[in-house]
Design a protein. Structure first.
Length: 345
């Protein structure tokens, strides 16, 4: 388990103090995939670098990994702990003059094992990341996704228990990003790795994380299980991430800038429904249409799975007798559906 308590990190530019992280508390369970998301400058990379003390927190902060308090260790003791914390980065950090195999061999040279054992280990790791056919290639001959696979293999060389991923997919295209994330998920399941992912991409969190912390201006503003945080966001930053990623946010633009597209008639309402869990699978639209003698013209919908649970919504125009439309919306609210009337006639 990873426990961060009262973590602050201050940088100085001349006489000016810059708070990169401020009073952050975080608990990451063993073998889980934990995401830290925030816009640029939120402090997420600094926070994660405090986990292995690449950035040492200000006085008063506590960093505990596997039951060991890192801030009190000597440099020699800290090196031993860091060997169990692998890390990969956005720009791969491979040695360009060494082959794929030599890049993975590099950290093995300092483990006190024989050369043939080093070679065996390196080849096994490259097979694990599906690069057995690229042993003698140089980084310049690889795609971005292949370079990141090499970086992952190298990070696993010392059999870490924790893998820190600092914007590891930010330089990759969407298809390659998905492939790397699926690889990380398989490694989590096969090796029992605890994985901490830093990202500004909501899709990364949705793809593989089980828990998430949202950061803004150095502070953790919201955290919890991915589904609960995104199904019921409490902070404006979280809501902004969701709006930017969901097609449901287009409804606000239509209502504000292009009301003529809707061409609403008396008794009609332009409505956005947001629902989670069981509500997604219930035939709610059909039920209210029949029960209250109304119609709903669905303009678009967006439903997805977060950690195996459905989350989504529908945008459309409700038509019918005004009292029937209101009764239908009240029925949906009673079913724990979030109802937003964006425009009416």
């Amino acid at each position: 388990m990873i426990k961060l308590k009262n973590i602050s990190k201050t940088f100085y530019k001349g006489q000016t103090a810059i708070k990169a992280v401020e009073k952050a508390d975080l608990i990451i369970k063993d073998k889980e995939i934990f995401g830290v998301i925030g816009f640029s400058g939120a402090g997420k990379s600094t926070l994660v670098r405090c986990i292995n003390l690449l950035e040492r927190p200000d006085d008063g902060g506590s960093v505990e990994v596997g039951g060991v308090e890192l801030t009190t260790l000597s440099e020699r003791q800290l090196r031993a702990v860091r060997a169990k914390i692998g890390m990969i980065f956005q720009h791969f950090n491979l040695m360009p003059s060494r082959t794929v195999l030599e890049n993975v061999l590099y950290p093995l040279q300092y483990r006190g094992i024989k050369r043939d054992e080093q070679l065996k280990k390196a080849k096994e790791l490259l097979q694990l990341v599906e690069l057995s056919d690229r042993l003698e290639n140089y980084p310049s001959e690889l795609s971005g996704g292949q370079k990141q696979r090499v970086a992952i293999a190298r990070a696993l060389a010392c059999d870490p228990e924790v893998l820190l991923c600092d914007e590891a997919t930010s330089a990759l295209d969407p298809t390659t990003t998905h492939e790397i994330l699926q690889l990380l998920k398989r490694l989590n399941q096969k090796l029992g790795l605890t994985i901490v992912i830093i990202t500004h991409q909501l899709s990364v969190i949705k793809d593989i994380c089980t828990s998430v912390a949202v950061m803004e201006r150095g502070r953790i503003v919201e955290q919890g299980e991915v589904f609960s945080v995104f199904a019921n966001p409490q902070n404006e930053v979280t809501r902004n991430f969701l709006k930017a990623a969901s097609s449901l946010s287009k409804a606000d633009v239509i209502a504000a800038k292009y009301p003529q597209i809707l061409n609403l008639h008396p008794g009609e309402k332009f409505v956005r429904l947001s629902y989670t869990g069981q509500g997604v699978s219930e035939p709610l639209i059909s039920t209210v249409s029949n029960k209250y003698m109304i119609t709903m013209n669905i303009l678009f919908a967006d439903i997805e799975l977060l950690d195996g649970a459905p989350l989504g919504g529908t945008v459309g125009i409700f038509s019918g007798e005004p009292e029937n439309v209101e009764a239908a919306l009240d029925y949906l609210r009673a079913k724990q559906v979030k109802v937003e009337v964006l425009a009416d006639a």
